[in-house]
Design a protein around this ligand. Structure first.
Ligand code: BGC
Length: 411
């Protein structure tokens, strides 16, 4: 009888199953080059604490597919241990009674986070999520070489922007690298609204959903501007992933891209340098404004004490200075934890930090509509549908404003 190998096999199994403190399954949508490098840092830290990282990655920029997958899992009674959830959605999930209190990990968080951020992570006074970063959405990424050839001046307003786009077009490039997916359409749209109308108009129309602001000449002008932008996008843009559009700017096929600074994660991961290979500037007309997008992880209620401990460890790791630095260096964002040194960050991130602080004082700091920071998810979805329809049809600006006003009433 060959008993020995069987015993040995059993021993190995037992050993394997107890060789980690807890299995922590984490849902996220960070699958591009820069994103994968960033999330790998969190995995490393959890493994260093003795946990097993179970990756629940759902590809799809902006997270729509990930949120659909999350809903299915929660409905099936099989929620992951933690999930990338942000903005008002944290409250929506908490109201369902499925999120866990991780205040045990929070220690000094009240002091380390801006009050609005801390409040967004809490439900009924208890922390149910941990914030990772601050992304700025109103960025324009430009191929530096092409910009130099076109005179070297980044566009400060839409007139200059379209003049530059014409030069790129004349040089045989795709002037505006874009991926035709609803969330990317919305990302461009919100920067246009900000540039055309300013921060107060942005707040009134896309955050407060004030009918007067929505049905206004400024909103009409925003759609007219968006319509003009469409004419500089190539025919192959339908369905293109955002990181492929970023790659177009990198390799000179594309001139510029409207995208949040996760695009910088792509440039960084391809060893491209700001000021040399590409330029990062605020989107036209938005130098004094900042659309913020804060990623965070919410924890789901679990029974197993070891897994509960894993959740506290995850929350603690996320807010640690070490993680806040290394993650954000890779991700393109800036630390959300206050008091961090900017020494290792590049020129774009340094600018983001300066502008974040300046706009927080001036009133130019606004929550990103397109990235789930501003309105309930159902309302956001309805408005994004209108924007996507506008991008993919001959809908007039006037009709778009009417449709937007209707969508804004979605609850
Ligand atoms: C998230 C980023 C992510 C981007 C592209 C945004 O909504 O906040 O973390 O990199 O989508 O997927």
């Amino acid at each position: 009888m060959k008993l020995k190998p069987i015993v040995a096999a059993i021993a190995t199994t037992v050993l394997a199953s107890t060789s980690f403190a807890a299995e922590v399954e984490v849902l996220h949508w960070w699958t591009s080059g820069g994103e994968a490098k960033s999330v790998a840092e969190l995995k490393k830290m959890m493994e260093a604490k003795g946990h097993k990282w179970k990756d629940f990655a759902v590809a799809g920029g902006g997270g729509d597919a990930a949120m659909t997958a999350l809903k299915a899992r929660v409905v099936a009674g099989n929620a992951p241990v933690a999930a990338q959830i942000k903005g008002p959605s944290i409250q929506e999930w908490a109201q369902q009674g499925v999120l866990a209190d991780v205040s045990g990990a929070a220690g000094e968080w009240d002091k380390l986070l801006p009050k609005v951020v801390g409040d967004a992570m809490k439900y009924k006074g208890k922390y149910v999520a941990a914030p990772v970063n601050v992304h700025r959405v109103n960025w324009l990424w430009i191929n530096q070489d092409a910009l130099n050839k076109a005179g070297g001046k980044a566009p400060a307003n839409f007139d200059e922007f379209f003049a530059l786009a014409d030069k790129f077009k004349a040089a045989g490039m795709v002037a505006i690298a874009h991926g035709g997916q609803p969330w990317q359409d919305a990302t461009v749209f919100e920067s246009v609204v900000l540039g055309v109308g300013g921060a107060k108009f942005f707040n009134d129309s896309l955050v407060k959903l004030d009918p007067k602001a929505i049905d206004s000449p400024t909103m009409l002008k925003s759609f007219d501007t968006l319509a003009k932008i469409k004419t500089y996008i190539d025919k192959d843009s339908a369905g293109r992933d955002w990181n492929l559009a970023t790659a177009m700017v990198m390799n000179g096929k594309g001139g510029m891209q409207f995208m949040g600074d996760w695009a910088k994660g792509e440039f960084t991961s391809a060893n491209k340098v700001a000021g040399k290979d590409y330029a990062c500037v605020a989107t036209p007309g938005t130098a004094n404004a900042y659309t913020f997008n804060i990623d965070s992880f919410a924890m789901f209620k679990v029974k197993d004490a070891a897994v509960q401990k894993g959740q506290l460890d995850l929350a603690t790791a996320i807010m640690s200075p070490e993680f806040q630095e290394v993650f954000n260096l890779n991700k393109g964002s800036i630390p959300v934890r206050s008091g961090m040194s900017d020494a290792k960050f590049d020129a774009c991130a340094k600018k983001s930090i300066v502008d974040f602080n300046a706009t927080a004082k001036s009133g130019g700091l606004v929550p990103s509509f397109a990235h789930g920071m501003a309105v309930p998810s159902a309302t956001q979805g309805a408005i994004v549908d209108v924007i996507a329809k506008f991008m993919n049809s001959n809908m007039s600006s006037k009709d778009a404003v009417v449709a937007l006003a209707k969508a804004a009433k979605t609850k």
